[in-house]
Structures are given as C-alpha cells and as structure tokens.
Ligand binder design. Structure first.
Ligand SMILES: Cc1ncc(COP(=O)(O)O)c(C=O)c1O
Ligand SMILES: Nc1c(O)cccc1C(=O)C[C@H](N)C(=O)O
Length: 428
C-alpha cells in the first residue's frame, strides 16, 4: 500500500481515507449521521441499490400480479438461479453449483439430509466446540432423526484457548467413523479463518465429506470452493452481503455431487421445464437448484439483486484488501491507545488468518458495549467478554475507526461504562 508508516493521529486516518479507492461506495449506503456502524458482520446496512431493487420487485407485484413470475424486471421464477449465478464468483464456484434459497440453518438441514448417509461404522459428524449454536442444533437433530445419540455421534474439536481452532487438532479427529465434517469458514467470535484447503484435502484422504458454514466470510473474503474441492457450503446473505434482515440464504454443491437426490424435496427442487406438469414423481433439476424446497421468499431476495451489483463493481479482492488494511489499522490503534485499559485482542494477529471483524476482549465487555451505543457507536457483544467490531470495506471510513478507538479510550478513562450492568440485552 502506498501509505506512509502508521501514525496514531486523526490526520493519518484522513490521509488513509483520501487514498481509499473504495471510498466512493460509502455514499451508496444509508449511514446515520453522527453514528458509527461497526456491526456489519451481524447485519449489513441498507444500500440505495438494494432498496431500489426491492421496490422494483414490489412494483412488479403491484403492476403485474401473477405475471411477475415470468415477466417484469426480475422474473421471479428464475430469480434464485440468477442470483446464484451472480454470487458464484464470490465463492469460486460455477453458476450451476450455487442457489440463493432458504436460510443458513434450513440449508444445513437440506445438505445433511442430502449428504449424510451413515454406513457401517462411518456414522459420526465432526464439528467444533466454537461453532454457532444453530449449526450444532441442526446437526444434533439430524443425528437423532437417523437414530443416533448426539452425545456419542457429534464429535466436537476442542479449542486450546477458547478462541481458535488448530488445523492439526481437527485432522487428529478425522477418524474412520466420521461420515461428514461441518466447520465454519470464519469463526463467528474470534474471526479466525480456517484453512479450508488443507482441511478438505485431509478429510477427503480419509473418506470424509466436507461442508462449510460461510456466514462470516461471504462478501468479506474471496473463496475458491471449487478449486479446494469442498463438497458443499451454506451461508446467510444478511451480514457482509447486505441483503437485509432475514435475507434469503445460499448454498453451494460441488459439481461432482450435482444430480444427488435432494434429501428435503419440494416442487421448487424440480427441473423448471417440468415443474408445472404437476407430476407426483419429482424430476429434480440437475443443478444446485434441486436443493430448493418451496416458493422463494421474493421480497427477501430482491435487495440482493442491487447489493450484489455493488460487490461486482467493487471486486471481492479489493474489498478484502481494504478490509485487511482496516483491521490492521484498528489493531494498531488499539495497541497504541487501549492497552492500559486491559483489553485483549481475541482475533488472529496474522492478517491471512483473520476475517472481516475483530474481537476485542474485556471483562466489562457487556457494559462497554452499552456505553459505546450511548456514544452512537454500534458494536455487538458476544458473551461473556467479547466486543465485536467490523470495519466494513464498502462503508466504514478510517476516520470512523479512529473515532471508535478515541471513544473507547474516553469511556475507559471516565469509567462511563460503570453506570450500566455488565450483562447482555435480550438481543446482544
Ligand atoms: C455461523 C452462523 N451460522 C448460522 C447462523 C444462523 O443462521 P440463520 O438464522 O440464518 O439460519 C448464524 C447467524 O445467525 C451464524 O453466524
Ligand atoms: N441473525 C441474527 C438475528 O436474527 C438477530 C441478531 C443477530 C443475528 C446474527 O446473525 C448473529 C450472528 N450470526 C452472530 O455472528 O452472532
């Protein structure tokens, strides 16, 4: 990068903003004046383009009624496939391998219903103890459906430090009784990126299928799912992809598995030519389209049309480059200004192992987050001691990052956080 070496000054932050080649995308988003949004890793902000495409779909409904399925600006019948095609480059897949459908958890159920076929002694599922609870609940319920006890059949890789997973610890648990391994691409708390390529290679050597939850990486880092030979993946589109609350999610199935009968079938699993024949024998699509179940939630798909346009224009490589520069910068500011206040960095130091957010640990984290909100800075809190901060490449400025750290310093110096209880809200 053409920047001079780090200085902890506001002037330096402004200088970084001036040199930022993605800076113009900021004006595409609805940002609240006098407020700094650092929670795009949980729910991304609305862009004007996402709003526009949502209104276009509403308009087609208004003007065309049922004909919106086949005509109008974004014909509904093929919208999930079209969005899959637009999303495919973000994960290093081909169009036929991706479909925008369901939600993270529903898609995991679909993929396990499709690919988890316990045979002989190969009956267990390998996951990790840092995984998001919804994935674990889904795996446990799938095991129960197959008549297995999750206590014995869900194997969870332990974390040595409560923050990170170590590749060798995961490989050690890839034993002959494991049928499928389900891991996150990026851990939701620490932001650690797992070594997907090595893990997939090692699992395949041992006859284990590999599925990844890409919720915290999609739209933040580039992926090469196809090249790494990952069997399947699933994610939500409401975080870094800014698809809106409850946005329809996505799934990827490697081309070598296309044609596998969907475990959870419905009429949208159908080959599109045949769907309206209304036969009682399903002819599934020969693409990832087969893993849809029912009618797409059009109004929760529509914002993604506009949102993905922005990703194509900005380019995921450039987004990643800026994201790394911003998390590096935030770490440097934390080290400069906040070390006297007992904060610990809970994210990887090495930028190549770090996703789009940082996890700042403090024993007073819950009330520090409440205090930040009082100062109009939006972080999120993850129990018991994590302040998650996501500088988002498309809409966060370096000056805002500088201001976040100055505010944290003030909150700690003035002990502003002490007026709140150190416990989480209902929605943390
Ligand atoms: C890693 C991960 N998996 C699963 C989920 C749950 O996804 P959903 O509610 O979209 O099914 C989330 C977030 O909510 C998540 O961060
Ligand atoms: N999906 C969420 C929701 O409906 C409400 C509040 C937060 C969320 C989230 O996505 C949380 C997120 N998965 C996390 O990483 O913690």
């Amino acid at each position: 990068m053409p920047f001079s070496s780090f200085q902890p000054t506001l002037e330096y932050a402004k200088n970084l903003d001036e040199q930022d080649i993605l800076a113009s995308f900021r004006q595409e988003f609805y940002l609240k004046e006098d407020s700094i949004y650092m929670d795009g890793n949980s729910l991304g902000l609305l862009s004007k383009r996402a709003e526009r495409t949502l209104l276009e779909v509403v308009n087609d409904w208004k003007n065309l009624g049922i004909d919106g399925w086949s005509s109008g600006k974004h014909p509904w019948f093929t919208l999930s496939e079209n969005l899959g095609k637009k999303l495919a480059p973000l994960i290093g897949a081909s169009a036929e391998e991706v479909i925008v459908t369901g939600s993270t958890t529903v898609n995991l159920h679909q993929l396990l219903s499709t690919f988890y076929h316990p045979k002989g002694t190969r009956t267990k599922i390998l996951a990790d103890e840092l995984n998001f609870p919804s994935d674990i609940y889904a795996i446990q319920s799938q095991l129960r459906t197959h008549g297995y006890d999750p206590e014995t059949h869900l194997i969870r890789v332990k974390s040595r430090d409560g923050r990170f997973l170590y590749t060798e610890d995961i490989i050690e648990l890839m034993t002959e009784d494991i049928a499928i391994m389900i891991l996150p691409t990026v851990l939701y708390r620490s932001g650690q990126i797992l070594d997907m390529k090595t893990l997939t290679k090692e699992a395949h050597k041992r006859g284990i299928l590999v599925g990844f939850d890409a919720c915290h990486s999609i739209g933040a880092i580039p992926h090469l799912f196809n090249k790494w030979d990952i069997d399947f993946a699933y994610w939500c589109n409401y975080k870094h992809l800014n698809g809106g609350p409850g946005a329809v999610g996505g799934l990827y199935v490697n081309h070598k598995h296309l044609g596998t009968s969907p475990g959870l079938a419905g009429w949208f699993s159908s080959n599109k030519e045949k769907q309206f024949d209304m036969e009682h024998t399903l002819t599934p699509a020969d693409t990832a389209s087969a893993y849809q179940i029912g009618t797409p939630h059009l109004l929760s798909l529509a914002p993604l049309i506009g949102s993905l346009e922005i990703f194509h224009e900005a380019g995921i490589e450039k987004i990643r480059e800026k994201s790394v520069a911003m998390t590096d910068y935030l770490i440097k500011l934390v080290n400069h200004y906040l070390l006297p206040f007992s904060f610990t960095m809970g994210s990887p130091e090495n930028a190549n192992e770090r996703g789009g957010h940082l996890s700042l640990e403090h024993k007073e984290a819950a009330r520090i987050c409440k205090s930040l909100k009082e100062y109009s800075i939006i972080p999120d809190f993850r129990s018991p001691n994590i302040i998650r901060l996501a500088p988002v490449a498309l809409y966060t400025s370096y000056e805002e990052i500088w201001n976040v750290v100055q505010t944290l310093k003030e909150i700690m110096q003035k002990e502003h956080y002490k007026q709140y209880k150190n416990e989480r809200e209902i929605i943390a």
